[in-house]
Design a protein. Structure first.
Length: 213
């Protein structure tokens, strides 16, 4: 399969990303992964090469990747029982079949080398957003030791859970993909914005996760 890259001759950064994407594509072909995407919406890429920074519920910080594939997840008591069940179902059904190993934990770890990777909470987020994810403990370059997700009451849909979890593993909106595409592109799955309530991860996002982890 031939991947069309932008004309970036003379750019060291551009050549580096040609190698990164070509290597990921070759790996996908070797392992039998079907790459039919028109874009690459994973951190990092030539259109989104930002260093991981600490964020908050107001939208500061950058999108980062989890630092490992052994993905530990805690659901705070601010979630209702049905919401906790929905989080577990979405993560196991959508992310479980990928290279990530989803492990729900009953007690979170907030500090040290074994921090819980992803914390779900319910609460207000700013503006017209229904959910927000951010890195609470950035590591070097593009990885984060612990991500936080906050989703408003009444907005814990399958699509929203999948979307915010996607950001926590490094998936991006269409405008930040390489090359950029519409935020509603049909191959974005639950990473579309606005987020369809019944959206699923989809094969393209799954392929990108498998190549990254």
């Amino acid at each position: 399969m031939i991947v069309q890259l932008p004309d970036i001759k003379g750019s060291t950064r551009g050549r580096r990303w040609q190698v990164v994407i070509a290597t990921a594509t070759a790996l996908a072909l070797i392992t039998g992964t079907a790459w039919a995407a028109d874009f690459y919406n994973m951190v990092p890429n030539p259109n989104y090469d930002r260093v991981c920074t600490k964020g908050d519920k107001y939208g500061s910080g950058n999108v980062c990747r989890s630092d490992n594939a052994y993905w530990t997840v805690f659901r705070e008591n601010s979630l209702e029982s049905a919401e906790k069940t929905r989080v577990a179902t979405v993560l196991k059904e959508q992310y479980g079949p990928t290279a990530l190993e989803v492990h729900l934990v009953s007690d979170p770890v907030w500090t040290g080398d074994n921090e819980t990777d992803l914390i779900f909470a319910e609460g207000d987020v700013p503006g017209s957003y229904e959910g927000m994810s951010w890195c609470d403990d950035p590591l070097e370059l593009h990885t984060c030791d612990q991500h936080m997700v906050r989703i408003q009451a009444g907005s814990y849909s399958n699509g929203m859970i999948c979307h915010e979890a996607g950001h926590a593993v490094g998936l991006l909106h269409g405008q930040n993909a390489d090359p950029p595409v519409s935020n509603t592109h049909h191959q974005l799955g639950c990473m579309k914005t606005p987020v369809p309530s019944d959206a699923v991860l989809g094969s393209v996002n799954a392929d990108h996760i498998n190549a990254a982890y």
